[in-house]
Write a protein that binds this ligand. Structure first.
Ligand code: GCU
Length: 569
């Protein structure tokens, strides 16, 4: 279900009792078979002799939403299962008429949902929302809601065994009860096609019924058929970067009603250029992880989104790459309100099991969840299906299927993937990856002047690709410890990082497609802020942080922040 933020909700956020269960003994017996007396039963001793070897009431708590790693230092490196339990007290009259769903904004990585001891659902994917129907199960009185969350890395998971970010575990986004009428709008989306038409679709749940759609700004007040794509000619005032015009959109079906705020803009490519509202637009971007501006914790909710976009705006960026997984819905609604374009990505990152059919199945699930939630967001112009994956036939076949699935769900936006360019020091970089044929823009992560190449060669480097499509530098940059100063050739100093940016921006300026100089249509340097990463172990410098941020983990500006801001201004 989508548009949940537009609905009446009962929040289940707050302190939940938890049991840390590294051996999964709350779900399986000593021989690994599923036990019927697991923690999900939330048993209490029934008599003095009754042996129950766990007790949620007496167990510690963790705050939801939130990662467990930064709430309890004993869980900082923990990868395994944690059981969350919350009592729900249902008052008489609640949920009597309609239907009720449990909505989890995100739970990393795999989670099972139990109500009153019964297993109701499993969800695989750490960054996307899911809903579980509880209709008829929440009679007045107290109920036990248990969610088993396991953030283990596994070779057949997405992402798989290695990533350059912290594997934050837990119920990392809001958990809510959502009540809807018997017949409700499960999905309802509207946006603008590249040709400027108002297009969209609606899916209802419960029974067949006509859906009323009203968009006053487009002069649209009509009935649309569920399951069918609709298309109308209209010319509302456009949403554009820096001018975020949003219009009321009202959906109603039987007793259900949704009122959304939607911007209408077109996006397309023309050769090596990207056009927004038919205007050649250079993407002045920045990459972000979903990490809060303070405390190195998983970000979530409206306040974190607002703080992160405050920095984006200070930088003068018109584009954000939300890496490498689905970010909180609040981020996209904030981008809509602030007029900043967005790149949304699913966590097919580095190597995954591209030859496993069940992995492709889950990839499609995660892609669907990425697109179905944010299809009405004007800010979103890219669906990215992967980051830095090996150039093998299995991978290209796997990702080509994802690209066509993305277009099936939404052919109004650009489909892309961040490619790993072979680290050559050459000053004539040619990006020749077969995946380039399946995507609309060739996104390149290049680290000239950091992982490879001489800084002195950067400025004169030229770029090309055989597909005649726009190239976007979805990553470039260098590491620096905030407050560490020295000569520009001294690594980890702010001066070193700033010098890499200066050289890169000279090169980028010389290759810009909006200025007719080359194939580069945009950039999203790596990265807005230092972020936690277990692979970054250099004492006194990294200490568990990737230091390529333009801001420190506490928001202190490094010199390179101003180098980029001046370029954007
Ligand atoms: C890669 C990767 C990022 C990583 C970055 C780095 O390109 O996509 O996730 O953090 O490089 O090495 O800093």
């Amino acid at each position: 279900m989508s548009n949940v933020l537009l609905r009446d909700r009962v929040s289940l956020d707050g302190d939940w009792n938890v049991i840390v269960d590294p051996y999964d003994m709350g779900y399986v017996g000593i021989l690994g078979d599923r036990t019927n007396r697991g923690f999900f039963r939330d048993f209490r001793p029934r008599h003095p002799g009754d042996r129950v070897e766990y007790d949620f009431d007496a167990s510690p708590t963790l705050t939801v939403p939130g990662d467990w790693n930064t709430q309890d230092e004993r869980l900082f490196y923990y990868e395994g299962t944690v059981w969350y339990r919350r009592k729900i007290n249902v008052a008489p009259g609640w949920f009597e008429d309609g239907r009720v769903f449990l909505y989890v904004g995100a739970a990393n990585h795999t989670s099972r949902v139990f109500l009153d001891g019964e297993e109701l659902a499993i969800h695989v994917g750490g960054f996307s929302p899911f809903a579980v129907e509880l209709t008829g199960r929440l009679d007045p009185g107290q109920h036990s809601l248990v969610i088993q969350v396991d953030n283990r890395r596994e070779p057949d998971r997405i992402p798989a065994m290695r990533c350059d970010w912290w594997n934050f575990g837990g119920l990392t986004r809001a958990v809510e009860l959502v009540s809807v009428p018997k017949i409700f709008l499960r999905h309802a989306w509207v946006t603008m096609s590249p040709s400027g038409a108002i297009i969209g679709g609606v899916e209802i749940d419960g029974a067949d019924a006509p859906v009323e759609l009203s968009i006053p700004a487009c002069g649209i007040d009509t009935t649309v058929n569920p399951g069918e794509r609709f298309e109308f000619a209209a010319s509302p005032e456009r949403w554009s970067p820096g001018a975020p015009v949003l219009h009321d959109v009202q959906w109603s079906c039987e007793d259900d009603q949704l009122i959304d705020e939607v911007g209408f803009r077109t996006v397309r490519t023309e050769g090596e250029k990207i056009l927004v509202n038919d205007e050649v637009t250079f993407l002045r971007g920045i990459s972000l992880h979903a990490e809060a501006t303070h405390g190195g914790r998983r970000s979530q909710g409206a306040d974190d989104a607002s703080e992160l976009y405050d920095h984006v705006e200070r930088l003068g960026a018109n584009f954000t790459r939300l890496a490498h997984y689905q970010h909180d819905e609040h981020m996209l609604r904030e981008a809509d309100r602030r007029g900043v374009l967005a790149w949304c990505e699913m966590p097919v990152y580095w190597s995954i099991a591209f030859d496993e059919p069940h992995v492709l199945e889950n990839a499609i699930e995660q892609l669907d969840e990425l697109i179905l939630r944010d299809r009405s967001r004007a800010s979103v112009i890219f669906w990215s299906i992967a980051n830095e994956t090996p150039n093998t036939p299995e991978r290209t076949a796997f990702l080509s299927q994802l690209a066509s699935r993305a277009r099936q769900l939404d052919d109004t936006r650009l489909v892309s993937a961040a490619l790993l360019t072979p680290p050559t020091a050459a000053t004539d970089q040619h990006v020749d990856d077969p995946l380039g044929a399946a995507i609309d823009t060739v996104a390149v992560n290049q680290y000239l002047g950091w992982y490879y190449g001489e800084r002195s060669d950067i400025a004169t480097t030229t770029w090309s690709c055989p597909h005649g499509k726009p190239i976007i530098f979805t990553e470039f940059g260098a590491g620096a410890k905030a407050g560490r100063h020295g000569r520009p050739d001294e690594i980890w100093t702010e001066e070193f990082q700033a010098a890499v940016y200066e050289a890169q921006l000279v090169m980028i300026n010389a290759n810009r497609s909006d200025l007719g100089r080359g194939p580069v249509a945009g950039i999203s340097p790596w990265i807005l802020k230092d972020f936690r990463a277990p692979v970054r172990v250099l004492p006194g410098i990294q200490d568990g942080y990737n230091r390529k941020g333009l801001l420190s983990e506490e928001g202190d500006e490094k010199l390179a922040f101003n180098v980029l801001r001046e370029f954007y201004q």
